[in-house]
Design a protein around this ligand. Structure first.
Ligand SMILES: [Fe+2]
Length: 276
C-alpha cells in the first residue's frame, strides 16, 4: 500500500495577523501531528495551494518554519492566495520545479503511482486558470507514462460544489481545457483539489475529483442563492475541525480518504474475529 497525504488551504499568517492571529498555524500543527500518527507513514505530503494567506515573504518563512520538523518529503502547489514570484523566491534552493513557462507544474513518481501537480493560479483572480501552455505541458507530461496510475493535484476544483459564491461556471475555458487533456488519458484516475475549504467530490471527464478540507477554517455549507454584489450577513466560514485527504494506491486502485485532524477517544476495540 502506498499513501500520499494531501493538505490544502493552510493560509499561514504571521501571529499578529489582524484577522487570523496564530489560528491557522496552530491548526496546521494539529494536522501535521495527525499525519505523524498514520501507519503506514505517507510517502509524501502534497500541499495543494493557499500555502499562505496574503502571499507575503514573511508568511512563507513561517510556513517553512512550521514544516521544519516534518521528515516526510513535502511537495508544493499554488493557490489564489499565493504569489508565484514571492513563493519561488522564498523557496529558492529548495528544489521547487517549474515547467518551461515558469508555472509550478511537475510530475513525481512514487513507485507505481504518479502525481502530476498542476498550477491553476491566475494572478489577480480568485478563480482558477489553466491556459493553453499549461494544458500542453500536462498533455506531454501525461504522455510520458501512459500506463502508470496517475493522480493530478491542483488548487481549484473544476467541478461545482453548490456553494455559489465560490463556484466557477461549469463551462469556463480552463475547465474545458483540463477536461480535454484528461478525457482520453485513462491513466488519470483522480484529481485532488482544495480551495473550497470543505470536503466534496464530483466527476470531470469521467474522473473522480475530490476536494480536501482545509487545514485552516472550513466553508459554511450554505447552498442557497447569493447576490455577489449584496452582502447579506450570512456566515461563510466556520471553525469546523481541520482536515486533510489521503490518496491511496492499493492493488492498482487509486482511492482517497478524507480525514479529520485531532485526537478522539476509541469507540470499539477488536476483540472478536472479523467476518466478511
Ligand atoms: Fe483557501
Amino acid at each position: 500500500m502506498l499513501t500520499i497525504a494531501q493538505i490544502t488551504d493552510l493560509h499561514v499568517t504571521t501571529a499578529k495577523d489582524p484577522v487570523n492571529g496564530p489560528r491557522n498555524a496552530e491548526r496546521l500543527r494539529l494536522v501535521l501531528a495527525s499525519i505523524r500518527q498514520l501507519k503506514p507513514q505517507p510517502a509524501a505530503i502534497m500541499i495543494s495551494g493557499d500555502l499562505v494567506d496574503r502571499g507575503q515573504a514573511e508568511e512563507y518563512a513561517i510556513l517553512q518554519d512550521l514544516l521544519r520538523h516534518v521528515d516526510i518529503p513535502v511537495y508544493y502547489g499554488l493557490g489564489n492566495h499565493d504569489r508565484r514570484d514571492v513563493f519561488l523566491k522564498a523557496f529558492e534552493g529548495r528544489g521547487i520545479r517549474v515547467d518551461e513557462n515558469g508555472f509550478v507544474q511537475y510530475a513525481v513518481d512514487f513507485g507505481a503511482l504518479r502525481m502530476v501537480v498542476c498550477d491553476t493560479l491566475e494572478e489577480g483572480s480568485e478563480g482558477g486558470g489553466f491556459c493553453d501552455r499549461r494544458a500542453a505541458w500536462l498533455a506531454a507530461t501525461l504522455d510520458e507514462a501512459p500506463d502508470k496510475p496517475t493522480f493530478i493535484a491542483l488548487h481549484h476544483p473544476p467541478i461545482l460544489s453548490g456553494i455559489q459564491w465560490m463556484d466557477p461556471e461549469p463551462d469556463e475555458p480552463w475547465i474545458e481545457r483540463l477536461a480535454d487533456v484528461i478525457r482520453d488519458r485513462p491513466q488519470v484516475r483522480a484529481l485532488v483539489a482544495g480551495h473550497l475549504h470543505r470536503a466534496f467530490s464530483g466527476v470531470l471527464a469521467g474522473r473522480l475529483v475530490v476536494a480536501a478540507p482545509a487545514t485552516s477554517i472550513q466553508l459554511t455549507l450554505n447552498l442557497t442563492a447569493v447576490d455577489m454584489k449584496k452582502p447579506d450577513g450570512r456566515e461563510i466560514l466556520v471553525e469546523e475541525p481541520p482536515g486533510y485527504a489521503l490518496v491511496m494506491l492499493e492493488r492498482g486502485q487509486v482511492t482517497t480518504h478524507i480525514c479529520v485532524a485531532g485526537d478522539y477517544s476509541p469507540a470499539v476495540a477488536y476483540t472478536v474475529p472479523f467476518r466478511k
